[in-house]
Design a protein around this ligand. Structure first.
Ligand SMILES: O=C(O)CCC(=O)C(=O)O
Length: 273
């Protein structure tokens, strides 16, 4: 794991306001998000005070957890401390423009169905994304997306040129089993999945143990993706393992997930629903 940067941030807290300022500064450092705008947006942030005590103990040294199984290689960490994650989520809720109308539907056996979540794509100019016959262009990076992307790069050493954003209103919204194995993706590059909002269970299932035709019995791998977390899916995970975010009726709060990817050239990617 020596490619990971472990950072320690020293905290000297003068006052709650000073502390909020520092959180914003740190959140903005690598992403050139305009500090003044964020500061005014979050000055009266009630949720921050609830978590300030908690954050005092957060040294911001990234602690990575390795998740391994046959052909599965992932790394998991809390990338944002809770108060930062609250800020980032609020910004994302304001900035991200999700697809609507026909762009929010999928073709399944010739019929149009609503996607059971909301989606958006951002990235470098010219990158495109194809979803069940729809070609979606990447919108230009927003300041908050740049900040998150750069934080991921700083933590992992990997760079990304595209992000798919999935927004789940509550536990009814979900994503079905699929692999992110499109040939347009740089296979040497991991996919970095960053989550904000409600904690949700993320399930990996080995390709040989799916459905009635399963040839082997391999236990699924389940990971709880927390607010502010980063899950790095390394090669060859997407070759052998499908993943999904199943329905969880008890989850009442929204969640926003960002999967940073590296697309090779100006090609399109394809995805299942
Ligand atoms: O929301 C998630 O954690 C999963 C998203 C996902 O599977 C994908 O973007 O391919």
């Amino acid at each position: 794991m020596d490619r990971f940067v472990t950072k320690t941030r020293k905290k000297t807290l003068e006052s709650p306001d000073e502390e909020k300022k520092k959180i914003v500064e740190v959140a903005c450092q690598s992403g050139q998000v305009k500090r003044r705008r964020l500061e005014s947006n979050f000055k009266d942030e009630a949720s921050l005070s609830a978590t300030e005590e908690e954050d005092k103990d957060f040294a911001h040294a990234l602690t990575w957890k390795k998740i391994e199984a046959e052909g599965l290689d992932c790394d998991y960490t809390l990338l944002f401390q809770r108060s930062e994650a609250d800020i980032v989520l609020k910004e994302l809720e304001k900035e991200v423009e999700y697809f609507s109308g026909d762009l929010a539907k999928v073709h399944v056996f010739g019929k149009l169905h609503n996607i059971p979540r909301r989606q958006a794509t951002y990235g470098d100019q010219g990158l495109k994304y194809t979803f069940s016959g729809l070609q979606l262009s990447a919108r230009p990076w927003t300041p908050t997306l740049v900040m998150i992307r750069d934080r991921v790069t700083e933590a992992t050493g990997h760079s990304f040129n595209f992000v798919l954003i999935n927004r789940y209103q509550d536990g009814n919204d979900h994503i079905g089993e699929h692999r992110d194995d499109e040939r347009e993706l740089d296979s040497a590059s991991p996919i970095a999945s960053v989550s904000f909002g409600a904690s949700r269970e993320f399930v990996f299932r080995h390709c040989s143990s799916r459905g009635k035709k399963a040839s082997r019995k391999i236990e699924p791998v389940c990971i709880e993706l927390q607010h502010g977390s980063l899950l790095l899916m390394n090669w060859p995970t997407n070759v052998y393992w499908y993943h999904s975010l199943p329905v969880r009726k008890k989850v009442l709060l929204p969640r926003v997930n960002l999967t940073f990817r590296k697309i090779v050239g100006l090609n399109k990617t394809q995805k299942t629903s």
